[in-house]
Design a protein around this ligand. Structure first.
Ligand SMILES: Cc1cc2nc3c(=O)[nH]c(=O)nc-3n(C[C@H](O)[C@H](O)[C@H](O)COP(=O)(O)OP(=O)(O)OC[C@H]3O[C@@H](n4cnc5c(N)ncnc54)[C@H](O)[C@@H]3O)c2cc1C
Length: 408
């Protein structure tokens, strides 16, 4: 559904060109359209088929969920597809030590929500099919693939290969946002420095039915191979995210469903009375990819393109939602009739808003992976002790509660 959109400056096709229509590109497009911007999104995959909207479920912290709601993304079907997290329990398998965070002690209804990625994709797609109510507009260009961009003083010319015949198309925008994932072609074109660390671990992901009701409890269990998350999902199911070293993950991928369910139950210490009705499994090799800088000339790098994190503690998409919120806020501030969304001062403001959160969140995630993956004699007891101690240390625990709730 499309209507004419008034681009804020003559001679441009759109205010903002977002490269990548995954979870981050899709939500950012919505946020900017709500604020009145004309936005184009370039995505190589057909509607609903971005790799972002696969079978995974994502734990969205309370603050992120409220933000999605303000953007009109939590409708009745999204709410029905998601499950509340009432409690988080963290423990180290085989060792003493447990920390608990409850929604009640944090004074909220839920610490977060576990949402099927597909539900978000469906909601974004449904909004595209409706007549727009917000002042701005989102136009998806798909299938289309970004190839390169040229930046000048006023704007950016983006070249795409579009449609089944891969026709060469150029579009003029004032700001380009790279939301094209960890292997971002836009970031590479802009010659931006990235750091990579291979964790040599793979996440095996599935859903299953637990033997006992999950009661809205999200478990994070640290095993010697890597963390195992058992998250409450709708319809009484749980989402399993089991991180293991490469060879072990290969073995887990080859097990039949019953043997896989048994292995999860064993690693998890039989806390939910076993698992059945296991869904097909998917596997994701894990690495830490971070761009040194989130902005360049008329360019913002966002989502996995800026920081692809390990899934431990479910911080990746939550960090992305804070990026989106801050970028929308900076572009909205003092907005006159002809404001330039690619204005370097605005982008510098965005950068300064984001850097501390990047350092904290990336440091927390990477620290958890490294601290809990080592299997040295005595270290398990130390970790268990740390968790118990941590449970009694209110300021530290409050920091974890804030991270869990998605508050930077
Ligand atoms: C196993 C696992 C579990 C996770 N669980 C959680 C969780 O519970 N909580 C949480 O907060 N986070 C979680 N995350 C992190 C979360 O999945 C990411 O933060 C999120 O997927 C980032 O989305 P994105 O849109 O930036 O990137 P992507 O999902 O990689 O999407 C990139 C998009 O760009 C498109 N694209 C690629 N190349 C081009 C091109 N040349 N031109 C145009 N478009 C292009 C792709 O088709 C795709 O649609 C998890 C991650 C993993 C791996």
């Amino acid at each position: 559904m499309s209507r004419a959109c008034e681009v804020s400056q003559a001679g441009f096709d759109t205010d903002v060109m977002i490269v990548g229509g995954g979870m981050v590109g899709g939500v950012l497009a919505r946020a900017l359209a709500v604020d009145g911007w004309c936005v184009e999104v370039v995505e190589p995959r057909p509607a609903g088929q971005s790799a972002s909207f696969d079978r995974r479920l994502t734990a969205v912290a309370d603050a992120g969920w409220q933000y999605l709601d303000t953007l009109g993304l939590v409708d009745a079907s999204m709410a029905a597809a998601a499950e509340r997290i009432r409690e988080v329990r963290v423990f180290d398998r085989g060792h003493f030590g447990l920390t608990r965070i409850t929604a009640r002690s944090a004074g909220v209804e839920a610490l977060g929500y576990v949402m099927p990625n597909r539900a978000l994709g469906d909601r974004l797609e449904a909004l595209q099919q409706q007549p727009p109510e917000e002042p701005g507009q989102v136009t998806y260009r798909r299938p289309a693939r970004y190839t390169h961009h040229d930046t000048d003083a006023d704007g950016v010319t983006v070249t795409l290969l579009e449609g089944p015949d891969e026709e060469r198309v150029t579009r003029r925008a004032r700001l380009v946002v790279a939301a094209d994932g960890a292997e971002s072609a836009v970031r590479e074109q802009a010659d931006m420095t990235v750091r990579r660390r291979e964790y040599e671990q793979v996440a095996t992901v599935a859903t299953a039915m637990p033997g006992r009701a999950h009661d809205g409890v999200a478990f994070e269990c640290f095993t010697t191979g890597g963390p195992l998350a058992v998250l409450p999902a709708a319809d009484g199911r749980v989402s399993l995210v089991w991180v293991a070293r490469r060879g072990e993950a290969e073995r887990l991928g080859e097990l039949d469903d019953a043997a896989f369910a048994g292995a999860v139950d064993e690693a998890f210490g039989h806390r939910l009375g076993g698992f059945s009705a296991v869904s097909p499994r998917a596997q994701y090799p894990l690495s830490l990819v971070t761009a040194d800088e989130p902005v360049d000339d008329r360019l913002v790098v966002l989502g996995n393109a800026a920081h692809a994190l390990h899934p431990v503690a479910g911080q990746g998409f939550n960090l992305c939602l804070r990026d989106i919120r801050d970028l929308a806020r900076v572009l909205r501030a003092d907005r006159g009739a002809a404001v330039d969304p690619g204005d370097p001062e605005r982008l510098a403001r965005y950068r300064s808003l984001r850097m501390a959160d990047y350092r904290r969140t990336i440091g927390l995630t990477d620290g958890l992976v490294r601290g809990f993956s080592l299997d040295l004699p005595g270290l398990g007891h130390l970790r268990g002790g740390t968790l118990s101690l941590f449970d009694g240390l209110l300021p530290l625990k409050n920091r974890l509660v804030r991270a869990t709730r998605g508050i930077a």
